[in-house]
Every structure is written in structure tokens, then in C-alpha cells.
Design a protein. Structure first.
Length: 124
């Protein structure tokens, strides 16, 4: 296994890697909407937060030489399920057909009081 790390995504906030590459598959840890340049959450609402989370994933994938087109599965965690439609709008900016498989859940709470966390699995 090879750990993936980039300064173009926020550093891990615990004992885990931003991503792991194993046998041609890349597992990207859940990405909060943290701007790596500021260390703060993206401002402006859930669309900007979703965009930042997905951009963080995109930047981690780039460390493995992959793009969002390599993503096979995405999991979206939302503090408020009412944000689902707005997140879908932003999601469509990052993915084209064939779209990755996806799960989306409302959760009781996310780290650091986040509104969204997104993780992805990509294949070479």
C-alpha cells in the first residue's frame, strides 16, 4: 500500500491518510469542506462546501495520477439531508456519465461541525 498526501488538500485531522493506493485502487478518506490554503471551511453555503470537498478529492486523486473520471464509488455524508438537491447540482460539475455509484446519508454530526463530508474510491 502507498499513502497519498498533498498540500492541495487539508491534512488529516487524525491517524489516517488522505488516501491510500492499493492494487490499482485508490481510497480517498472523507474530505470536509476545508480549504487547504486557509485551514477554514469554505464560505458561502452548502454548494461552496460541496465544491471544496470534491476539489479536495480531485487533488488527492491527482497525486495518484488519476482524475474524477476514475472514481467508481462516492459516499456523501450530510448534516442536513435537505441539502441533497444543492449538493447534486455541484456534484454534476465534477462527474459525467457513466456516473460513479453513490450513497448519501444524513448523519447526526460530522467532525469539526462540518455540514458535508465526501469520500471516494477510484480505480486505475
Amino acid at each position: 500500500m502507498k499513502a497519498l498526501s498533498t498540500t492541495n488538500a487539508p491534512a488529516a485531522i487524525g491517524p489516517y491518510s488522505q488516501g491510500i493506493e492499493a492494487n490499482g485502487t485508490v481510497y480517498v478518506s472523507g474530505q470536509l469542506a476545508i480549504n487547504p490554503a486557509t485551514g477554514k471551511f469554505a464560505e458561502g453555503g452548502i454548494k461552496e462546501e460541496a465544491r471544496q470537498s470534491l476539489t479536495n478529492i480531485k487533488n488527492i486523486l491527482a497525486e495518484a495520477g488519476l482524475t474524477m473520471a476514475n472514481v467508481a464509488k462516492v459516499t456523501v455524508l450530510l448534516a442536513n439531508i435537505d441539502d441533497f438537491a444543492a449538493v447534486n447540482e455541484v456534484y454534476a460539475e465534477f462527474f459525467t456519465q457513466p456516473y460513479p455509484a453513490r450513497s448519501a446519508f444524513a448523519v447526526a454530526a460530522l467532525p469539526k461541525g462540518a455540514n458535508i463530508e465526501i469520500e471516494a474510491i477510484a480505480v486505475k
